[in-house]
Design a protein around this ligand. Sequence first.
Ligand SMILES: Cc1cc2nc3c(=O)[nH]c(=O)nc-3n(C[C@H](O)[C@H](O)[C@H](O)COP(=O)(O)OP(=O)(O)OC[C@H]3O[C@@H](n4cnc5c(N)ncnc54)[C@H](O)[C@@H]3O)c2cc1C
Length: 368
Amino acid sequence: MSPIPNGVNGVSVSEPQAHGPKSQKKHSQVVIIGSGPAGHTAAIYLARANLQPVLYEGMLANGFAPGGQLTTTTDVENFPGFPDGVRGPEMMDKFRAQSERFGTEIITETIARVDFSQRPFKYWTEGEEEDADFMTADTIIIATGASAKRLFLPGEETYWQSGISACAVCDGAVPIFRNKPLAVIGGGDSAAEEATYLTKYASHVYVLVRRDELRASKIMAKRLVAHPKVTVLWNTVATECKGDGELLTGLTLQDTKTKETRDLQVNGLFYAIGHEPATSLVKGQLDLDEDGYIRTVPGTAQTSIKGVFAAGDVQDKKYRQAITSAGSGCMAALEAERLISEEEAEDESIPAEKVHVPAEGYLGTDKE
Ligand SMILES: Cc1cc2nc3c(=O)[nH]c(=O)nc-3n(C[C@H](O)[C@H](O)[C@H](O)COP(=O)(O)OP(=O)(O)OC[C@H]3O[C@@H](n4cnc5c(N)ncnc54)[C@H](O)[C@@H]3O)c2cc1C
């Protein structure tokens, strides 16, 4: 592979030199891996641009049902267009229906293997992983998402999404948390950020820190500790989640030094101990950052391999919202479309009338 000179901000974009065979089994111009807001938004744009995208929605890939993380939540209240809120699974059904309406081929399988060393790119589905089983795509969009790290404490499964969350911005404003004592687990920047955010709604926020210091940046740690609605409980871990059978009502805490235990009455528990991007599929082939997220050229969806794009939480450790995922899915689609049409225009074996021409300045908004 040779580096393309336009790599910026640490992402050097390479173009595979070798040209490989097209699969006899299945070849597509664009394949999308992942079925959350990013994958489906990309599919909607590409299908409307007549590129017949193929979207692999996964079979419990990365622990999520097709539709992604939002299938595990109750109400989504911050996605524009739903003034009364919408159930997460219902919203993802609507995304899927919209992808299908414009002709996306949705396949309920998990991609188990990819090979980006030559174009067209090769990929394999779970259970069909012999070399000869390969399928090919001219461009690939990785939208495999991420998952919040959890501790799986006793009682956690019962109260997950009934008092326990991993996203203060998503869930902090819901009525069960308003004017109630809440707890945040974590000692880094995101814990400080989530706890400070929750002070808008909570009567008080307890931050449970395993050690006797915060890993958060000095300024954030200082702001957190000084906040009148925040108490940092040092050397403290939660060992059990308790409730009334429906909602969380408290935690059992343990002092990591003395091993003493005690109860803390809280109506909410927020995990802020990090996320795991679903990048094992592309590790070693795409440039990843120190936390395993796919690096993209800033302001684009372009990964370190030309023709491979990334969208959604798998490349975003900052915002991790449905709307930002959808936005980056749109970017990936428009970039894939542009690349396909540029390459078709360069390929003299394709008759001019067959070259896919995106409208000048196409933004996917044109109506038929
Ligand atoms: C409980 C909860 C509540 C949330 N609430 C909100 C909210 O109210 N508002 C908000 O904006 N955000 C919310 N979020 C965050 C939001 O869900 C994510 O930001 C968003 O879903 C990310 O979208 P995505 O498309 O990147 O991927 P995901 O939603 O993570 O979906 C990725 C999909 O790809 C599939 N996949 C993974 N690997 C493969 C593979 N190899 N082959 C095929 N398929 C694969 C997975 O199975 C999954 O279905 C919440 C998250 C959680 C966990």
